[in-house]
Design a protein around this ligand. Structure first.
Ligand code: C2E
Ligand code: MG
Ligand code: MG
Length: 645
């Protein structure tokens, strides 16, 4: 029976295409890429030997020794295909450390392959796997089925491996990885029925093509500017490491002056700088045989990630990196000085999860002074702070259920009326374990987790209940200001929540005033504009909080129905900066021309009270008059003030 090699020719072409895509896309670095390349290479050699063997089988008088060696080589590479593919799967799941430490795996896994290789080596004597008969025709020996048994065992192992780590893959990736096994299974059955058509290697190369298209995609993981893995890759790798209980060391490098460098150099030259830094790091990695995976996250943040087993000389190498960065870098004849904070961290010893690592990675160069030395994560962070950060979601949930949040009130003074005419409601959280937790910490966390909606509803409820009380009526306070966070502003249910609460306590809408922040106001979100319009139409007025802190989208701000603008504390404290004082004066003038009322926030001195009175601001809020205080203290404070008048 003559075999037809057409399918192998197709497989040959497909594999060449895969090779081309690997080299054109420069996907030869990194463990995963390397194992994929080896898998493609092994299947390529199998195809070549298969074609060669078929050609020799079909020749009337081939060289017998060559024919024997070609068949042996084919069987060898054929048996190697699935094991190297499994090695690729292990690299994908980053689970080498697990295989290494599990003796049963470490011994049993290579065993079938070793047996086949031994059988092939001694086959010249035993003729058990295959032999060339008296007509020099290729014939299967009695142990030949073992080649298939071994292949089958590896296939089952491979399928189980993918299924076991299923949660690490997206569905499309999962099926792409599985496709090889399914295709080969089909091909083997087909080949059993039609032995004339050897389609197995064709099936394998189609499977590899799927993987090349669906999984080996550099654009998903490689940063185009630096050529290093990017944030998405870092996220995926670190999360996988935590899920697998892998121990890793990370050298965190944050260029603290990255923003000023970018402002100075512009985008193009900054990219050149990043590219040069990446080359420098890759060089240091190679020269020092560190074997780290390199990442560029963003904003001048680089990471070296190393398997803890190979991290013995990490301190030394971090110091080498530090020294290499100290002289700065010359771009376009300018010596650019780099303030590079370098820190060594360990997972899971220093960071119990991905979130805390990311939080630390962003903060450590901001919260700590630059020392010029390599530092250790364990020395930097105050454990309580990180525990607090890690537990914040549950602390908030617990505070909601056990009603531990308290609303404090900070009086606001009207310059014109010479009395406290309003107050701002400010939330307080005192936890049994962590003590006072500032709103600047728990509000952003609650926004992220979604708990802000419950918290917002609680504040609204408390304030309306207070306004409806007799105590409040006696105070002669016109309205209470309530803070809204961005997430609340963009929530469809906001108007209903506010109006329902007012109705429940029979509170008139002019008794409250909602504060939105400048960031919220500059979002061009329809829902938010609709919410504000609806509430405004129902008689509720709005203030713009924290004016002067961020990016002011004046056009946007001017289209919103805002009654009051609150100048931020940092904007107000400009005493020692004459230029900023001019900005402040003119801002106030502009806002007054726009017919807005102004609250100066964070006023702590008599001098500033006078200054803002002179500038004709309507209201003053700050420690000079009072800190935010509990409801009863607030009632006492206002009663006292009114009495003194
Ligand atoms: P904010 O709305 O700008 O509140 C003013 C902040 O300035 C308050 O900080 C207040 O205690 C502080 N402050 C007032 N006068 C002075 C002063 O003279 N000197 C100094 N150094 N500080 C002064 P607090 O209470 O820590 O609140 C921080 C932020 O948390 C608030 O900024 C607000 O954005 C947010 N927040 C507070 N309560 C709530 C709430 O119920 N809901 C929402 N969404 N956010 C809230
Ligand atoms: Mg406020
Ligand atoms: Mg404010």
């Amino acid at each position: 029976m003559e075999k037809v090699a057409y399918f192998d020719y197709c497989a040959f072409i497909l594999t060449i295409i895969i090779f081309a895509s690997i080299f054109f896309r420069k996907m030869t670095h990194g463990k995963i890429n390397r194992y994929f390349l080896i898998t493609v290479l092994v299947s390529f050699l199998t195809i070549i030997f298969d074609i060669w063997a078929i050609t020799l089988d079909n020749l009337p008088n081939p060289n017998v020794e060559v024919k024997y060696i070609v068949h042996s080589s084919y069987l060898f590479f054929h048996s190697l295909t699935i094991p190297v593919y499994i090695a690729y799967l292990v690299a994908m799941t980053d689970t080498w450390h697990k295989l290494r430490t599990n003796i049963i795996h470490a011994i049993l896994l290579p065993l079938p392959l070793i047996i086949i290789v031994i059988l092939l080596i001694i086959n010249a004597l035993t003729q058990n796997v295959f032999y060339l008969n008296e007509n020099y025709m290729y014939c299967r020996g009695k142990l030949f089925p073992l080649v298939y048994v071994a292949g089958f065992m590896y296939a089952i192992y491979g399928v189980s491996y993918i299924c076991y780590y299923k949660k690490l893959f997206k569905t499309s990736r999962f099926w792409a990885l599985m496709s090889i096994f399914m295709l080969v299974l089909f091909a083997t059955i087909f080949q059993m029925i039609y032995p004339k058509y050897p389609v197995e290697m064709f099936a394998t190369s189609v499977g590899l093509l799927f993987i090349a298209i669906l999984i080996q995609r550099p654009e998903e993981h490689i940063d185009v500017i630096t050529g290093l893995h990017k944030l998405t890759g870092y996220t995926a790798d670190i999360k996988r490491g935590f899920a697998n209980g892998k121990h890793i060391h990370i050298i965190l490098i944050n260029i603290a002056n990255f923003n000023s460098i970018r402002d100075m150099l512009g985008f193009d030259e900054t990219n050149t700088l990043l590219h040069r830094l990446a080359i420098k790091f890759a060089d240091l990695n190679k020269k020092n045989k560190l074997n780290a995976d390199l990442y560029y996250l963003d904003k001048g943040r680089f990471r070296f990630v190393i398997d803890s087993d190979y991290a013995n000389n990490i301190e030394e190498i971090a110091s080498i990196i530090n020294e290499a960065l100290k002289p700065g870098i010359n771009i376009k004849h300018m010596d650019i000085n780099l303030i590079a904070h370098i820190c060594i961290g360990r997972c899971p010893e220093d960071f119990s999860d991905y979130e805390s690592l990311m939080y630390f990675g962003e903060r450590f160069s901001i919260d700590n002074e630059y020392t010029g030395e390599v530092v250790y994560a364990k020395d930097l962070f105050k454990k309580e702070q990180f525990d607090l950060h890690n537990n914040l979601d549950s602390i908030i949930e617990n505070a909601i259920t056990n009603r531990k949040f308290q609303v404090y009130y900070q009086p606001i003074y009207s310059i014109k009326e010479k009395r406290f005419n309003s107050a701002e409601a400010l939330l307080r959280l005192i936890d049994d374990d962590y003590g006072f937790i500032p709103p600047d910490v728990f509000i952003p966390a609650a926004e992220k987790s979604g708990a802000i909606h419950k918290i917002g509803a609680y504040v609204l409820d408390e304030v309306c209940q207070f306004i409806a009380s007799d105590d409040f009526n006696k105070l002669n306070i016109d309205y209470i200001e309530i803070n809204l966070s961005v997430a609340q502003c963009m929530h469809k249910g906001l108007p209903k929540l506010v109006l329902d609460t007012l109705e429940r306590y029979h509170v008139s809408p002019d008794k409250i005033n909602l504060e939105i922040t400048e960031t919220a106001a500059s979002y061009s979100q329809n829902i938010m504009a609709e919410n504000i319009e609806t509430l405004n139409a129902s008689g509720i007025s709005f203030s713009l909080d924290d004016y002067g802190t961020g990016y002011s989208n004046i056009q946007r701000v001017s289209t919103l129905p805002l009654k009051i603008v609150k100048l931020d504390r940092t904007f107000v404290n400009v005493e020692d900066n004459p230029k900023m004082f001019i900005v402040l004066e003119n801002t106030i003038k502009m806002l007054k021309d726009m017919e807005m009322e102004i609250v100066a926030e964070g006023i702590e001195t008599e001098h500033l009270v006078k200054k803002f009175s002179d500038m004709k601001c309507e209201y003053i809020q700050g420690y000079y008059f009072s800190k935010p205080i509990p409801k009863n203290d607030f009632i006492a404070f206002i009663t006292m003030q009114n009495k003194n008048k």
